[in-house]
Design a protein around this ligand. Structure first.
Ligand code: DQA
Length: 144
């Protein structure tokens, strides 16, 4: 079993970026924690990040070709703007678990609409980095 975890723009700046909102952990810290869960349950995992919309679309297509069981995606700001990202996710026909570190519904108006949510199997937001681990556990329980 394999899970693809895909992170959008500016998430490479976690740890430095607005720590009051996004916490102190870096994206590498979160990746290490996800890797531990993958090892514990003996599954494979890709943990990916890009600041470029087109590259994210390629990573989503690659997840399909890699036959992953599910995609965990934090689309970051592209969540709120990108129909192309939505279409790429839709094209895979895979279970999509949308994760946001912050509670996007308690923030600015422009963050309250997600193009991804309409096709997501689950949406987790506001749990901080725990959202990634919760999504992994849910996928493992449901699909392994
Ligand atoms: C985010 C929320 C988005 O609104 C924002 O643009 C991000 C991060 C989150 O994880 O809370 O970059 O997706």
């Amino acid at each position: 079993m394999k899970i693809s975890i895909i992170n959008g723009p500016n998430l490479n700046m976690l740890g430095v970026r607005e720590p009051d909102i996004y916490g102190d952990l870096t994206l590498s810290n979160i990746e290490e924690n996800c890797q531990k869960i993958a090892q514990e349950f003996t599954i494979d995992m890709d943990f990916l990040q890009s600041n470029h919309e087109g590259e994210l679309i390629e990573l989503i297509h690659q997840a399909y070709h890699d036959n992953v069981s599910a995609i965990i995606i934090n689309g970051a700001a592209l969540t709120h703007t990108s129909i192309a990202l939505l279409d790429a996710l839709k094209a895979t026909n895979l279970p999509i678990f949308e994760v946001h570190i912050s509670n996007i519904h308690a923030r600015e108006d422009f963050r309250q609409h997600s193009y991804i949510s309409a096709i997501a199997e689950a949406v987790i937001c506001g749990l901080g980095d725990e959202g990634y681990y919760a999504a992994m556990h849910a996928i493992i329980k449901k699909y392994k």
